[in-house]
Design a protein around this ligand. Structure first.
Ligand code: LLP
Length: 382
């Protein structure tokens, strides 16, 4: 789509570039081609738009889900249930039943009470649940505090001390098949060092388990690979080779062991943009505001995490506008945190200009809300 196409649409909406998604999926495929025991799942939580899910399923990725709703959405859009893993600290009975009905690949279990409930429901349904324990490795991902998950203080997973008793219990339950370990240290991780540290931690854990005669068939290292929000045009595809090579190099896998990944952001973030229109340009006493029709209800990341989504004024670029000004780009919501960026230099901006907010494919549309009785943003994928 180009500017003229964008102008014809009602804004705001998400635009997904399926060609870039294809190229991203190809880069993933090439990076794991020589490692048939690597299984990449897509973290559905990042973006569950059907056209996007269908493309990812067609590329052969599995799905990582965190709710019954995500399991159903993944199945509807072509992910085989046998490639679905399911995590979450608060799985409800209904959600566990949904997962058991579909006979998904594995539950990533986060506590003993959850294990007991899964066993009970599986028994009622005459099923066996494959289970991996989510272990909290206490590895610092050095990312935003709201998206770090692998520290002792976080609510996720089972501590390393509790791991062996939990496995022993799983082995004793009739409707549980213990398959392995699951980890996830955080999101938007832009250095490979925390992943290498995770590998070292897993090596120690699997050695300790071997000493206890516990066999680990499957290891799941979660997701977390970050993207370049500052320069999306220069780096539209993350460094998948560097990422997967870190695991090839540092993780000591035993023969027959499978390694699973759950990548969300790295797969879809750069493929999506939020397309908005300038409603007013307002000259305040100290600042100039570009007020756009998209708000924190459409893209909450800047308000919630202080994230940056690179703005581009497509209309001004098309006019060949040379002069610039500094703007606070803000939304229409009645909250002072409804700000996308402050003091940002854009070409002179006018009412009606189309402004793109880039790198919004992950945790964008899916986190939209209806606050202020607003319509959810639509989407176009092509
Ligand atoms: N696996 C588990 C268990 C997770 O909790 C997550 C993300 C992922 C995989 C995928 O992580 P990714 O590859 O996308 O980093 N809303 C926040 C991000 C929250 C991430 C939650 N968990 C944001 O907008 O930055």
């Amino acid at each position: 789509m180009n500017l003229t196409d964008f102008e014809k649409q009602e804004t705001p909406f998400y635009y997904y570039d399926l060609q870039l998604l294809d190229a991203t999926l190809n880069a993933i495929r090439e990076a794991v081609e020589d490692a048939p025991h690597f299984h990449v799942h897509y973290a559905v939580k990042a973006c569950a738009t059907p056209a996007v899910l269908k493309k990812i399923a067609q590329a052969g990725l599995g799905a990582d889900c965190v709710s019954g709703g995500e399991i159903l959405r993944a199945v509807e859009n072509g992910f085989p249930a046998s490639d679905i893993v399911y995590a979450g600290v608060g799985k409800t009975d209904r959600e566990i039943r949904t997962a058991l009905e579909h006979n998904i690949a594995a539950f990533n279990v986060e506590s003993i009470p959850e294990l007991e409930v899964i066993n009970e429901l599986a028994s009622e349904m005459g099923r066996t649940a494959r289970v991996a324990f989510r272990i909290n490795p206490n590895v610092d991902a050095h990312t935003h505090e709201k998206i770090t998950t692998g520290l002792n203080e976080n609510k996720f997973g089972i501590s390393m001390q509790d791991m062996i008793p939990a496995i022993r219990m799983a082995e004793s339950l009739k409707h549980i098949d213990f398959i392995g370990l699951h980890f996830h240290i955080g999101s938007q991780i832009t250095s490979f060092v925390p992943f290498a540290e995770l590998c070292k931690c897993i090596n120690q854990l699997t050695a300790a388990l071997e000493a206890e005669d516990i066999m680990v068939r499957s290891i799941n290292v979660g997701g977390g690979l970050g993207i370049d929000y500052d320069c999306p045009d220069e780096h539209p595809i993350p460094d998948f080779n560097g990422y997967f090579n870190t695991f090839k190099k540092h993780l000591k896998l035993r023969p027959g062991q499978e390694l699973h990944f759950e990548l969300g952001r790295a797969v879809v973030a750069q493929c999506g943009q939020l397309v908005s229109r300038v409603v007013y340009v307002k000259h305040g006493l100290q600042k100039h505001f570009a007020i756009i029709d998209a708000g924190m209800t459409d893209l909450v990341r800047p308000a919630m995490y202080g994230s940056f989504h690179k703005p581009v004024n497509l209309s001004a670029e098309a006019r060949g506008e040379q002069a610039t000004d500094q703007y606070d780009i803000v939304g229409p919501i009645c909250e002072s945190s409804d700000v996308f960026v402050k003091d940002y230099t854009l070409p002179l901006t006018r009412r009606g200009d189309i402004i793109l907010l880039k790198s919004a494919g992950a945790y964008g549309e899916i986190m939209a809300s209806q606050y202020n009785c607003r319509k959810l943003p639509g989407s176009i994928a092509e």
